[in-house]
Write a protein of this length. Structure first.
Length: 724
């Protein structure tokens, strides 16, 4: 091993090697190339031989310094940002076997993870990491070094370990600001080597891998492809991975050369797994983007066949020349899901279900899980295939705490979001209008009845009897996971809510009321009905009524649309309906508050002087209730005053107050008597200066108070802090 300033990972690496050292006679030889962060002190605890080798910008030189100290039969090189995974039994068996002398090299799988947690996606690379020391090996190359010297062999025998894996996180963040220092080191060294050997395709490929994030990255890619087109030495070996990398870049950067490079890969390297896996995936992705599902299926199936061939060992040598970017289990699962979606759109339902069966649902990333659930929803409404075992398997898998509880929660959140869409009436209507409609997609979740709230919601949607609906609702424990449209349906069908035998606290009820208010067209009739029922019954139903009415006035469109031109007939009708509904909601809110407040607060609190004790919305509710009482008694000025006072105590309700002062019919159509009185008072006021004491006395009179709102206008004042 060689190392420098690797305190982040060196001990993890060395600890992971200890079980192997306990099983096989071996020595650990390490070279420190200039550590200053404490890495050397860690190495001293593990190394059999620890030497210093000053860094000279040459990895091969450092590794050769280690080689010179090694005396064993086999040499294995390991980097500190790698660690040996638990199953290394094949390696032990090999080193104990009598025929180990037949082999010259051994390849080991390096598993490159995309996060430091090493619990997500990865790509595998087959690396020549073991060599028989009798061959007197030596490294060459200042960076991405390899074996440059082997003595006494015409034909090299390579043994491939298929189950010996070193996990590696050294490429995480390499293209970001955090990886800038390492990237610049590698790129600088590679630029020098390319100057020395400009026709070397391997160096060009390594530069493409290392230079992501560099300002001239696109030029690096294009020049590499231009060199490949000249077919220099080793073009048949390094051409496929180099061209694959270029095609991925072309797709990401929208290069005009994309189609041309895909054609070259297909024509020059048709049997290469780099073409059959990675390039075929690009074709698949491009077809999916165009919603060309027939082409999607063709390219997806070709990709699946190539993956089978890779697992069977076809073109095994290719794995030493690069990484198959789309060959990890997680990426393969993602492609299966995308292929299943295409098959479903082409009505290949059996193939859709086949592709989605047997996946490792506990490792599906959230975006792909969304696609999987959406595909199952579509499969459900298009045909009558039995999907019960599938949804049960998916649900069991995604809630497993793998690789962590946090990721399981993220998957479940996606599950609930996508499942909830199937309960939206508009979506059910769209499904029913499709020519291939068989059943509503929410029925997919019926097998989860009693296991999950989505399953309980599906059972609700299938019931019509109020007592049956109430029975199902009584099973709900996690209301925040219960699709809200199913609750709306149950209430519309006559189910009592909240349930008489199941206590719910005010926070739960308010949360449900808020969620119900998202569907405004459906919600306001529910709110008005809940308010009427709650005022009549009292108790929990009154608490529910209060929450529903507060949600209603908080979400109602009090301002309405601003039109630049005269309204159409329909717009005018819609505006009349908005005003009617707003007046009805405001009055129902006032009536509900009038009954609710005395049930929660003692009488001494419910006076204008003590209202500051109440929460803001209840302060406004008290004033609203008093205002409507005055309105019904014909005291219009007092109605206006109370609304204004309510606004002063809670400025957030300005739009409600403005709406009522503008649209209350009694204010808009004063009697002739009131008009005459208002005109008389205006005439008197005009004879005095505004600051004259006579004006103050007049405004305090009963006559002025009756018509104050006609004289001063009903405009709502700008208010500051609440008045106590």
């Amino acid at each position: 091993m060689i190392f420098r300033d690797d305190i982040r990972c060196i001990e993890r690496c060395l600890k992971a090697l200890q079980p192997l050292r306990d099983r096989i006679p071996c020595q650990l030889v390490m070279a420190d190339t200039g550590s200053k962060d404490g890495s050397r002190e860690i190495a001293e605890k593990y190394a059999d031989i620890l030497l210093d080798f000053p860094w000279i910008n040459d990895f091969a030189a450092a590794r050769n310094a280690v080689l010179e100290q090694c005396t064993g039969e086999w040499y294995l090189t390991v980097d500190t940002d790698e660690y040996l995974e638990d199953d290394f039994s094949d390696l032990v068996a090999f080193l104990n076997s009598e025929n180990r002398h037949f082999w010259d090299y051994c390849t080991i799988i390096i598993r490159n993870y995309d996060s430091y947690e090493m619990d997500g996606d990865y790509t595998d690379f087959v690396a020549q990491r073991m060599v028989r020391m009798a061959l007197n090996p030596r490294y060459g190359g200042s960076i991405h070094e390899g074996w440059a010297q082997i003595e006494g062999k015409q034909e090299i025998q390579i043994h491939a370990f298929t189950n010996v894996v070193f996990a590696h996180d050294g490429y995480v963040g390499l293209s970001t600001e955090a990886g800038k220092k390492k990237r610049e080191r590698n790129v600088t060294m590679l630029r020098q080597r390319i100057q020395e050997a400009p026709q070397n395709l391997l160096l060009r490929q390594e530069m493409m891998d290392s230079a992501t994030g560099e300002s001239d990255y696109t030029d690096i890619v294009r020049s590499a492809v231009d060199l490949l087109k000249t077919k220099p030495a080793t073009w048949e070996i390094y051409g496929p991975p180099l061209l694959r990398n270029a095609i991925y870049t072309a797709q990401a950067y929208k290069f005009p050369e994309l189609d041309e490079w895909i054609k070259i890969a297909t024509e020059w390297f048709p049997e290469s797994l780099f073409t059959r896996i990675d390039v075929e995936y690009i074709k698949f992705a491009l077809a999916k983007e165009k919603k060309d599902y027939a082409s999607c299926i063709m390219h997806g199936e070709l990709y699946m066949k190539a993956m089978e061939d890779m697992r069977a060992g076809l073109n095994m040598a290719e794995r030493m020349y690069g990484v198959f970017s789309m060959a990890s289990p997680i990426k393969e699962q993602g492609i299966k899901i995308a292929l299943a979606y295409a098959c479903c759109n082409e009505n290949q339902f059996d193939r859709t279900l086949e592709l989605l069966t047997g996946l490792d649902y506990s490792k599906i990333e959230p975006p792909k899980l969304a696609e999987l659930i959406s595909t199952l929803n579509e499969l459900q409404y298009k045909n009558n295939i039995d999907t019960s075992s599938m949804i049960l398997s998916v649900w069991e898998g995604i809630k497993e705490h793998r690789p962590s509880k946090k990721q399981a929660e993220a998957r479940m959140n996606i599950f609930y979001q996508i499942a909830a869409l199937t309960f939206v009436p508009e979506n059910q209507k769209k499904e029913a209008e499709k020519k291939d409609f068989c059943r509503n997609s929410y029925t997919l979740y019926l097998p989860l009845r009693g296991k999950d709230e989505v399953g309980n919601a599906a059972a609700v949607m299938e019931a019509t009897n109020p007592s049956e609906l109430e029975s199902i609702l009584s099973e709900v424990e996690e209301w925040n996971h219960f699709p809200i449209h199913a609750l709306a349906y149950a209430i519309e069908q006559g189910a009592r809510f909240p349930l008489p035998d199941k206590t719910m606290n005010v926070e739960e009820l308010d949360s449900l009321a808020g969620r119900l208010s998202g569907d405004k067209k459906r919600f306001y009739p529910l709110a008005l009905n809940a308010a009427e029922t709650g005022r009549a019954a009292g108790g929990p139903l009154l608490v529910w009524a209060r929450g529903m009415m507060i949600a209603a006035i908080e979400t109602f469109d009090w301002k309405g649309k601003e039109l630049d031109e005269p309204p159409t007939v329909q717009e005018a009708a819609d505006e009349r309906e908005r005003i009617r509904q707003g007046l009805e909601l405001a009055r129902s809110f006032a009536q509900t508050e009038k009954q609710y407040l005395p049930s929660c607060y003692i009488g001494e609190v419910l006076t204008e002087e003590q209202l500051y004790i109440l929460p803001p919305m209840h302060r406004f509710g008290w004033y609203c209730a008093q205002a409507f009482e005055q309105l019904d008694a014909g005291h219009l000025s007092e109605y206006v005053r109370l609304l204004r006072r309510g606004l002063e105590t809670f400025s957030n309700v300005k739009q409600i107050a403005e709406f009522l002062l503008e649209h209350t019919p009694e204010l808009k159509n004063p009697s002739d008597e009131m008009r005459t009185l208002a005109d008389q008072i205006r005439e008197i006021l005009s004879a005095y200066a505004p600051d004259d004491p006579a004006v103050t006395l007049l405004k305090q009179s009963e006559a002025y108070q009756k018509v104050a709102y006609y004289i001063e206008g009903a405009e709502v004042p700008t208010v500051g802090k609440c008045v106590q």
